[in-house]
Design a binder for this molecule. Structure first.
Ligand code: SF4
Ligand code: MG
Length: 317
């Protein structure tokens, strides 16, 4: 399958004032992330909050501009200042269906808006498009004139997904699309997303803090820690043979996966370090139970091995 979206060494750095008389500090929210996303496939981006995954989402949808690095859509570089056709092909589904839908607008108006702003369609054509997309995501036509508060969380997330599909994107960036939902409705929304992917040939960048959520939907998983990719591999390899100590710890945090792999729970020492004060050497060194002297001095490069990319001094082949 051909690559639809390619990220090349994306960085987002910004300065934060540390106090009146102190020098501002440079925060590296994202520090050199690259990947290739293929047509109709899913890349999951996984890590704890503060790892840079939401920043990455904002760069991919051009809500923010990178400090460095490039994005390519179908091989052509995306200019971050531009608007138009290319931009419409990458859409975002936001995290919280409770806060991301305007409570004063009817569903029909919420879904019409992207078409009013971006196309020349007549109001009749717009209504047809909206009803068509509503049907695709399992929303009844009679919901057209209702308001968001009349719906459950799962229905609202369907509305948010419908809104993301109005401009017929090829790539959808979904930032924690099921995290705010009850466990019982998560599977329904994930199944809907997979069904839409097949029917519309969508590529997803699926951002999540939870590996179990992405297990069935992702083709590839990129694990991030403090702004960098630490391990990237197929979903199968990540679940059956994780090599980075951080990936192993994330997996072992899930009881069902732990049993399957007959593992002990790996307890991470300490908290995620602040991006304001990242550790020297490997960013994971302060919490890693395998750390060697070198880890505290030198940051491991991301190596491209046969089955995976990985950044760890202990894994060289
Ligand atoms: Fe742990 Fe060292 Fe590997 Fe970092 S480089 S993950 S500290 S073993
Ligand atoms: Mg986030």
């Amino acid at each position: 399958k051909t690559v639809i979206l390619k990220a090349d060494n994306l960085k987002k750095h910004y300065e934060v004032k540390a106090g009146l008389f102190k020098k501002p500090k440079l925060v590296k929210a994202l520090d050199g992330v690259s990947f290739e996303l293929r047509i109709g496939s899913t890349l999951a981006v996984v890590g704890e909050s503060g790892c840079g995954k939401s920043t990455l989402g904002k760069l991919l949808t051009m809500i923010e501009t990178p400090t460095e690095g490039n994005l390519f859509y179908q091989g052509a570089p995306l200019a971050f200042t531009q608007s138009g056709e290319q931009l419409r092909k990458i859409q975002m589904i936001f995290q919280n269906p409770y806060s991301s839908l305007n409570p004063r607008k009817k569903i029909g108006d919420i879904l019409s808006e992207p078409l009013i702003v971006n196309t020349q369609l007549t109001s009749k054509e717009i209504k047809e498009e909206v009803l068509g997309v509503m049907a695709k995501v399992g929303l009844k036509a009679e919901f057209y004139d209702r308001y968001p508060h009349m719906f459950s969380g799962g229905q609202r997330q369907r509305i948010a997904i419908a809104r993301g599909l109005m401009l017929k994107p090829s790539v959808v960036v979904a930032d924690e699309p099921v995290s705010a939902l009850d466990v019982s409705v998560r599977a329904q929304v994930l199944n809907l997303m997979m069904e839409l992917q097949t029917n519309l040939n969508l590529a997803y960048v699926f951002i999540s803090h939870d590996l179990t959520v992405v297990k069935h939907i992702a083709d590839e998983i990129m694990v991030m820690y403090l702004g960098r990719c630490v391990e990237k591999a197929s979903t199968e390899v990540i679940f059956s043979n994780p090599k980075h100590p951080y990936t192993q710890a994330l997996l072992s945090a899930t009881p069902s996966l732990r049993e399957k792999n007959k593992q002990e729970r790996i307890r991470l020492q300490g908290e995620l370090p602040s991006p304001l004060n990242p550790p020297k050497g490997c960013a994971f060194s302060a919490r890693c139970m395998h750390a060697i002297d070198k880890c505290f001095v030198e940051a491991p490069p991301l190596l491209e091995l046969k089955e995976r990319s990985i950044a760890c001094h202990l894994i060289q082949s």
